[in-house]
Design a protein around this ligand. Structure first.
Ligand SMILES: *[C@@H]1O[C@H](CO)[C@@H](O)[C@H](O)[C@H]1NC(C)=O
Ligand SMILES: *[C@@H]1O[C@H](CO)[C@@H](O)[C@H](O)[C@H]1NC(C)=O
Ligand SMILES: *[C@@H]1O[C@H](CO)[C@@H](O)[C@H](O)[C@H]1NC(C)=O
Length: 214
């Protein structure tokens, strides 16, 4: 009886020791994993910079928000727009990209956006930008079905008319004399001379016609 009891205690002891060894090995391995230094602000779920938390037995991410600040892009109507979903931290190659658009407004409110494309395209390209393209573009990156980061770009489209008008304004300003007087319009002179020439020509042919009637 005593012998059996001793045997049980012994196996208990062996089991405990094995468990302790396994735990020690695990902690040693976990502590060799990359530390928080890999975190790149200001946004995104960054698992590469995650630290193993020995108390919760989980990887803590860098604890940045998913939403990045809005970046403004200025384009002129009719020109090409290119928006790149370029997160700054390192993520795996295997990502899915969802592009969304909120027409006209500058916003980060998720419910304002409509889905445009789903796929692996990191570049959103508009060959000829129109006024209705103005608004906020959001790209959301997913890795293994998990949302990693959301980038925002506000595309501001300057109308062509406005550009033309500002060029006209420049021309007007340049035509002003230093003392604030206008330069005489040189274009009006040749046109009135041409009118006069035409008039003379017409009168002459009319005269000739009347003469020929005799
Ligand atoms: C875009 O235009 C706005 C106003 O015209 C200006 O304040 C801003 O600096 C411009 N942004 C870039 C990135 O050129
Ligand atoms: C990311 O893409 C945006 C829009 O295409 C561009 O304005 C910005 O310079 C890019 N940033 C980097 C770090 O490449
Ligand atoms: C990103 O990861 C790749 C491989 O996973 C590595 O070769 C590269 O150096 C990393 N870049 C940065 C900036 O950490």
């Amino acid at each position: 009886m005593v012998f059996v009891f001793l045997l049980l205690r012994l196996s208990d002891h062996v089991y405990e020791q094995r468990l302790q060894t396994a735990a020690d090995n695990f902690i040693a391995a976990a502590s060799k994993l990359p530390r928080v230094s890999g975190c790149l602000p200001p946004c995104g779920f960054q698992s590469s910079g995650a630290e193993y938390n020995c108390i919760t037995c989980q990887y803590d991410s860098c604890e940045f928000p998913l939403d990045c600040p809005v970046e403004t892009i200025n384009v002129t109507e009719g020109s090409r727009s290119q928006i790149r979903c370029n997160e700054t931290f390192n993520i795996s190659e295997d990502v899915e990209v969802i592009w969304r658009f909120a027409e006209e407004i500058k916003t980060q409110q998720v419910d304002q956006f409509k889905e445009v494309t789903v796929g692996d395209d990191r570049l959103y390209s508009i060959p000829s930008t129109r006024l209705h393209h103005q608004g906020t573009y959001q790209c959301e990156l997913y890795s293994a079905e998990r949302s990693i980061v959301r980038l925002y770009f506000y595309l501001s489209v300057t109308p062509r008319v406005k550009v033309g008008r500002s060029q006209l304004q420049e021309l007007f300003d340049r035509s002003l004399l230093p003392r604030g007087r206008f330069v005489p319009e040189p274009a009006s002179a040749p046109s009135s001379a041409l009118t006069l020439l035409l008039l003379i020509c017409l009168t002459a042919s009319l005269l000739l016609f009347l003469l020929s009637l005799g």
